[in-house]
Design a protein around this ligand. Structure first.
Ligand code: GLA
Length: 725
C-alpha cells in the first residue's frame, strides 16, 4: 500500500492504530458477547435459531462463570421479517420487491481501542439475501458509557431501499417505565416532562432538519420501577449524536417489556443503498445508573470532556457579545467602544454578532444579506482586519458570528446560485426568519461553506472564535442536486454538513466554535465533536435559564453550555443574572455603559472569581441538589475532582410568603477535610447574610447539616465557595 493511501485510510479511521489490540474473530458465540463497563453489562447471546439476542442489560455482573446461566433472551436487533410483531430496528425492500430481512449471527470481534475503551463488532447476515449488518458497540469502562451504531452493506443485483435504520435497539424489563423528555420551543427549550410508558408506542422525534431540536432535544431518561430522582433509582440516559432528524421509539409490549429504538428519523427518508456501499448510522450514546440521574449525568459529562466534545479538556474564554447591545446597528467606532468595555470588565474575548456583512444587500436587518460573507464597507470601512487589530490592542481576542448554511432571497448568493438552495421548483418558497437553507448535499455548496470559513480565517488569522448559527429549519425539502432521489435529502444534508465541519476541524484544530441555532435548535453530540460549546437558548432571563440549563445539564457538561448575562428580565439584579450565567460558560451581552459604577465593580470581581474557580465549575463533578421543578428554589454544586474545592449556586425563584426553608446539603465533599465557607459575588459594600460565612467546617458537617442558604425573597441568589484548608 502506498503511504498516502495508508494515511488517508488511517485518517478515516479505517485502520486501527498500533495501540489497538483485537482478540481473534469468534465464528461461533458459545459464551455470551459481553459489552462491559465498570458499572454496566450488556450481554448478547445466540439462540438455537442462530439469532442474536439480548440476554442481559443491567448493573455489572460480578461472576463471569455465572453469565452462561442466563437465558438467551429476545432478539437484540429485530428486523421487519418473519416473526417480528413490533417496530423493527431495520427494515428494507430488496430489488426483487421482497420486504423481509431475517438476520443471523455470523461472527464477532472485540478490540481494545485504548486504555479502558473496548469495541465489539458483531456481524449478522441474512440467510436469503446477501445483506450484512454490523452492530458496533463501544464501551468506555471508567465513564460507564456505551455507544452503539450499525453498518449496513449488501451485494444484491440493484439498490435496496432502507425504510428504517436504527442505531440501536435496547430491551428493558421492569414493573413500570418513567420517561423524561426534554422538549419545548424557541426560548423555552429543554423542559423536563415525565410520562409513564404503558402498552404501545411513544415517539420522540424531529422532522425539522437543520434546526432539528427546536421543539425536542435528542435525549431522554427512562427510569425503571419508580420515577427518576437525582440520587436514587435505576435510570437510563440516552442521546443520539446526529444533527438532523432523529427518532426514539419507546414500545411496551404485551409482556410489559420495553424496547427502545434510537436512530435517524426515517420520516420521508427511504434511503436507496447501492451494492457494496456502506450505510453508517450515527452513534446512540447511553449510560445506565442505579443511583439516579445525577450519577448518569456525571458519567456523560466525563465521557464528553474526555472523548467527544471539541477541546473537551481545554479551557473556555469569557466574552462580551454585541448582539443585544446593538443588534444590527453598529459601526467600527461603536464596536471599538464595546471592546473598551470588554477590557474594562475583564472578559477575554469580544464577539461580533450578526450584521457585519453584505454590500449590495447590506445586512441592516434579518431580511437580507445572508450568504454574502464580505464586510459591509459602510459600517466597517477597515473590515475585519481593523477589528482584530483593535481587539489585539486591547489585549482581548476577537470572535465572529456566521450563519453559512443559509441565504436570504435578497443576496448576491441567491442571485448567483439559485440552484444551491433547497426549495420546490414548482411551489412558492416557505420562509423562516426570511431565509432559506443551502443545499449541503451538493459538493459545490459544501465547498462554498467550507470556503467561507477558510477565507475568513486565511484573511484574518487572528479570528479566535466562531459563533456558527443556523436559524431556519428545512421548510422546503427539495434539492436540485439530488434529482429523482429526494428521499436522501434529510440524511445527506447532515452528512454534507459533517463533511464540511470535518475539514474545518482538520485545518483549524484549535479554533473554538459555538454551536448556535436560534438557541437550542442544535443540541447533539454529533455536532459537538466539532464545536466547543453551544447556545442553549436565546432566552437569557435568569429565572427561565435556571430551568433551561438544568435540563441540558442532564446530558452536557457545564463547559459546553453558554450562559450570558443580558437584559432579558432586567427586573432581576445584575448579581442574580451573573450568578445564573456563572453556572456555565460565562459571557456578557449588554450595554456595559448603562451599568452603575457598583454594578461594574461587581462584574469585574465576579469575572475574576469565575476565572479563578473556572476549573472547578467547568471540569468538576456536577450535583443538582434542589430542583427548580420541585418548588421555588434551586441549587447546584460543582466539586473539583480531588474534592479540594466546591462551588455552590443557590437561587430563590418566586418563594411563597413565610414558606419554611430547607438547608442545602452539598454532596461529595471529603468528610474528613475542613472547608472554608466563603460567599462570593456580593455587591460592593454588601455583607454576606450567610450565618456560616468565613467559618471553617468539616465536609462531614456540611454534607449532613447543610447551609441555611435559601430566602423568601424573589430572584435572590447566593454563590458560595468551599475550599479545603
Ligand atoms: C440567533 C441567535 C442570536 C443572534 C441572532 C443574530 O437568533 O440565537 O444569539 O446571534 O441569531 O441574528
Amino acid at each position: 500500500m502506498n503511504s498516502s493511501l495508508f494515511l488517508t485510510l488511517l485518517r478515516r479511521g479505517a485502520m486501527l492504530s498500533a495501540a489497538v489490540l483485537c482478540l481473534g474473530v469468534c465464528p461461533a458465540a458459545e459464551s455470551p458477547i459481553r459489552i462491559h463497563t465498570d458499572l454496566t453489562d450488556l450481554l448478547l447471546k445466540v439462540d438455537e435459531q442462530g439469532r442474536l439476542c439480548q440476554s442481559y442489560f443491567g448493573p455489572a455482573l460480578q461472576n463471569e462463570q455465572e453469565l452462561a446461566m442466563l437465558p438467551p433472551g429476545n432478539e437484540a436487533f429485530a428486523t421487519h421479517g418473519p416473526g417480528n410483531q413490533f417496530a423493527p430496528a431495520l427494515q428494507m425492500t430488496h430489488p426483487d420487491g421482497n420486504t423481509s430481512l431475517q438476520l443471523v449471527y455470523e461472527k464477532h470481534q472485540t478490540c481494545r481501542l485504548d486504555e479502558g475503551i473496548t469495541q465489539t463488532t458483531v456481524s449478522l447476515r441474512d440467510r436469503a439475501y446477501p445483506v450484512e449488518v454490523k452492530l458496533i458497540l463501544t464501551a468506555f469502562e471508567r465513564e460507564n458509557v456505551i455507544k452503539s451504531r450499525t453498518e449496513i452493506l449488501h451485494d444484491e443485483r440493484g439498490s435496496v431501499t432502507l425504510h428504517a435504520y436504527a442505531s440501536s435497539m435496547l430491551r428493558l424489563q421492569a414493573g413500570s417505565y418513567h420517561l423524561t423528555e426534554f422538549s419545548g420551543d424557541w426560548a423555552r427549550e429543554a423542559n423536563l416532562t415525565e410520562t409513564r410508558l404503558t402498552f404501545g408506542k411513544k415517539l420522540l422525534d424531529s422532522p425539522l432538519g437543520t434546526r432539528a431540536n427546536m421543539f425536542c432535544s435528542p435525549m431522554f431518561a427512562v427510569a425503571l420501577d419508580t420515577p427518576a430522582s437525582e440520587t436514587n433509582g435505576t435510570v437510563l440516559l440516552g442521546t443520539l449524536a446526529w444533527s438532523g432528524n432523529f427518532r426514539f421509539t419507546f414500545e411496551v409490549d404485551q409482556n410489559n417489556e420495553l424496547r427502545i429504538l434510537a436512530g435517524i428519523n426515517p420520516f420521508a427518508s427511504e434511503y436507496p443503498l447501492s451494492p457494496k456501499k456502506v450505510f453508517r448510522t450515527p452513534e446512540f450514546i447511553f449510560t445506565l445508573s442505579t443511583r439516579g440521574i445525577g450519577e448518569a449525568s456525571r458519567s456523560l459529562h466525563d465521557w464528553a470532556r474526555r472523548h467527544q466534545l471539541k477541546e473537551g479538556e481545554q479551557g473556555r474564554m469569557t466574552l462580551l457579545n454585541n448582539w443585544e447591545a446593538t443588534f444590527f446597528d453598529f459601526d467600527e467606532e461603536r464596536l471599538c467602544a464595546i471592546m473598551d468595555d470588554a477590557r474594562e470588565i475583564g472578559v477575554e474575548m469580544f464577539l461580533l454578532d450578526d450584521g457585519w456583512f453584505g454590500n449590495k444587500h447590506p445586512r441592516h436587518d434579518d431580511t437580507q444579506g445572508l450568504g454574502d460573507w464580505v464586510e459591509n464597507r459602510e459600517k466597517l470601512p477597515g473590515g475585519i482586519p481593523a477589528l482584530t487589530r483593535a481587539a489585539k490592542k486591547r489585549g482581548i481576542r476577537f470572535g465572529l458570528w456566521i450563519e453559512p448554511e443559509m441565504v436570504n432571497p435578497r443576496s448576491l448568493l441567491y442571485e448567483k446560485h439559485p440552484d444551491w438552495i433547497l426549495r420546490y421548483p414548482n411551489r412558492e418558497a416557505c420562509y423562516f426568519r426570511n431565509q432559506l437553507v443551502l443545499d449541503l448535499t451538493n459538493p459545490e455548496v459544501q465547498e462554498f461553506v467550507f470556503g467561507t470559513v477558510d477565507r475568513l480565517m486565511s484573511e484574518n488569522p487572528d479570528i479566535a472564535y466562531f459563533k456558527w448559527d443556523c436559524n431556519s429549519p428545512i421548510m422546503n425539502a427539495h434539492s436540485a442536486y439530488l434529482g429523482s432521489e429526494q428521499s436522501r435529502l434529510w440524511v445527506d444534508y447532515v452528512k454534507g454538513l459533517y463533511a464540511v465541519l470535518e475539514r474545518i476541524r482538520e485545518k483549524y484544530p484549535d479554533l473554538p466554535m459555538m454551536l448556535c441555532s436560534g438557541g437550542g435548535g442544535r443540541t447533539d453530540y454529533g455536532a459537538l465533536s466539532y464545536f466547543t460549546e453551544f447556545w442553549p437558548s436565546d432566552n437569557t432571563d435568569p429565572l427561565e435559564r435556571i430551568f433551561i440549563q438544568w435540563g441540558y445539564s442532564c446530558f452536557f457538561p457545564l463547559k459546553s453550555l453558554c450562559a450570558h448575562v443580558t437584559n432579558w428580565n432586567r427586573s432581576t439584579s445584575i448579581k442574580f443574572r451573573t450568578d445564573v450565567a456563572m453556572m456555565g460558560k460565562l459571557g456578557f451581552d449588554l450595554v456595559v455603559k448603562k451599568l452603575s459604577p457598583d454594578e461594574i465593580r461587581f462584574v469585574q470581581q465576579a469575572l475574576k472569581d469565575y476565572k479563578r474557580l473556572r476549573p472547578t465549575i467547568l471540569d468538576g463533578d456536577l450535583y443538582r441538589l434542589v430542583s427548580p421543578y420541585s418548588g421555588q428554589h434551586a441549587a447546584l454544586q460543582t466539586v473539583a475532582k480531588d474534592r479540594s474545592q466546591a462551588v455552590l449556586f443557590a437561587y430563590d425563584l418566586n418563594p411563597r410568603y413565610g414558606e419554611p426553608l430547607q438547608p442545602v446539603r452539598p454532596e461529595d465533599l471529603d468528610p474528613d477535610r475542613r472547608y472554608r465557607i466563603r460567599e462570593i459575588n456580593l455587591m460592593p459594600g454588601e455583607s454576606s447574610r450567610l450565618a456560616l460565612n468565613d467559618r471553617v467546617l468539616s465536609g462531614d458537617y456540611l454534607m449532613k447539616v447543610g447551609l441555611e442558604i435559601f430566602s423568601t425573597e424573589r430572584a435572590r441568589s447566593t454563590v458560595v465557595e468551599l475550599t479545603a484548608e
